[in-house]
Design a protein around this ligand. Structure first.
Ligand code: ARG
Length: 458
């Protein structure tokens, strides 16, 4: 079962085996391990290091192993140290001595670096698709809600009116950047470590370019010591995953607030909420809370790997085996959160009337009232103070700015006229905000068209 028994005279202590072994988790990339071995064997034959017949035997053997794992006839079991040992042992078991030639010019150090890169490349693809799906949902909500008014907040205090389209658009931008970050990682990491050996390359005449192109890399890595000990791309990935979770967590927080009895901006679908075992009236936003909660776990993975790497001398050290469980867990967590979040978002109902009513209370149009005066020649600082005093009058009388009679306006400044009401109506407050990126309908429609184009091309 061991690839390295030769210089040992004793059996490994069972606890040492358990502690050392990674097969319980690195079996996750059996497919990538086999694909890497097929490419390596193909290259060995092209270079005349093994014969064409030997290559065929090896490639067929590896293909069968992959099929058998996939159809459940071959079980990956714990007595092997790692997935690399498992596949190689099975190959030798199945095709005999020729199988022993597969590892020529290769070390598990470049092999594991390769497997992890191949695995991450595939997972980035899946993560990207999930992000895109979520963006498509946001895009649909945006198109349907360019005239759904709601309060915009700062300090969680009503600030200025926006629309639901505009609010969703903020998250559209965040997830767009998340996708760009993932894409950047893919570009930077896409160099093949195969051929780096244990740390110092190999004496066989390998064709590293050939292997790299067989496996879809942009080329081979340029320093064998770096190639076997580089985990930067995992740190970048965990950092990007942390940022995705931070975005999802902020969004979750808003959904939890919007779902509260006090706000009632949204109604979560029954299929995406849960109840209480004691309080019959409850309908809880557990999905949003769990997404918010799982954010800490993904941040933890990032800090954990950074800490693992910080003291490691070149080149490979076994510490690096610790990169796997936490990376796999972080990826699976983010994939789950993205899928669930999309389900929750695409099924929730927005209570447009409640949102709009909320936007028309709370003096959300006070800035616009000040701007009205500025347009009539009053300096902004004076206008600010005048409206401040009007707000006090409103609070006194229990009215909103829209409801305050013109006499009250005129009592504080003669500049006011009947057109104040039109100037501070919710519709004009929003639609006058027409700078690109603002919530006004026209500006919003330009952005929605750009988003449409983005989604078509990316
Ligand atoms: N399981 C190991 C890891 O995940 C594979 C590399 C083992 N290399 C070694 N020299 N022991 O890092």
């Amino acid at each position: 079962m061991k690839l390295w028994g030769g210089r040992f005279t004793k059996e490994t202590n069972q606890l040492v085996h358990n502690f050392n072994s990674s097969i319980s988790f690195d079996q996750k990339f059996y497919r990538q391990d086999i694909m890497g071995s097929i490419a390596h064997a193909t290259m060995l034959a092209k270079q005349g290091i093994i014969s064409e017949d030997e290559k065929k035997l090896i490639v067929d053997g590896l293909t069968n192993i992959m099929e058998d794992i996939e159809n459940g006839t071959l079980e990956i079991t714990g007595e092997y140290e790692d997935i690399h040992s498992f596949v190689e042992s099975k190959l030798i078991e199945r095709i005999g001595d020729t199988g022993k030639k597969l590892h020529t010019g290769r070390s598990r150090n470049d092999q594991v670096a390769l497997d992890m890169k191949l695995y991450i490349r595939d997972e980035i693809e899946t993560l990207d698709n999930l992000l895109k799906k979520l963006m498509l949902t946001l895009h649909r909500i945006m198109k349907e809600n360019t005239e759904t008014f709601m309060p915009g907040f700062t300090h969680l205090q009503k600030a200025q009116p926006v629309t639901l389209a505009h609010h969703m658009g903020a998250y559209f931008e965040m997830f767009k950047r998340d996708r760009q970050r993932l894409d950047d990682i893919k570009k930077r990491m896409n160099l093949s470590p195969l051929g780096s050996g244990a740390l110092a390359g190999t004496t066989y005449p390998l064709d590293r370019n050939f292997c790299a192109s067989l496996l879809g890399f942009d080329g081979p890595s340029l320093n064998s010591m770096d190639a076997v000990s580089d985990r930067d791309y995992l740190i970048e990935l965990l950092s990007s995953l942390s940022t995705i979770m931070m975005h999802l967590s902020r969004f979750s927080e808003e959904i939890i607030i919007w779902n509260s009895n006090e706000y009632q901006f949204i109604d979560l679908d029954d299929a995406y909420s849960t109840g209480s075992s004691i309080m019959p009236q409850k309908k809880n936003p557990d999905i949003a809370e769990l997404v918010r909660g799982k954010t800490g776990r993904v941040y933890g993975a990032l800090i954990s790997l950074l800490t693992t790497m910080k003291g490691l001398p070149l080149a490979y050290n076994k510490d690096m085996q610790e990169d796997k469980e936490l990376t796999f867990d972080a990826i699976d967590t983010v994939k789950g959160c993205l899928a669930l979040f999309d389900g929750m978002l695409s099924t929730m109902k927005f209570s447009k009337k409640v949102m709009e009513e909320s936007a028309s209370k709370g003096f959300i149009n006070a800035t616009d009232a000040a701007d009205y005066l500025v347009n009539k020649g009053v300096p902004f600082r004076d206008a600010h103070s005048i409206i401040g005093r009007l707000v006090l009058t409103c609070i006194d009388k229990g009215l909103s700015l829209d409801q305050l009679p013109l006499e009250d306006y005129k009592a504080i400044s003669p500049v006011f006229d009947n057109d104040i009401y039109e100037a501070i109506s919710l519709t004009s407050c929003v639609n006058k905000r027409s700078t690109l990126g603002a919530p006004g309908k026209e500006a919003m429609e330009k952005v929605i068209a750009l988003n449409e184009e983005y989604l078509l091309n990316n």
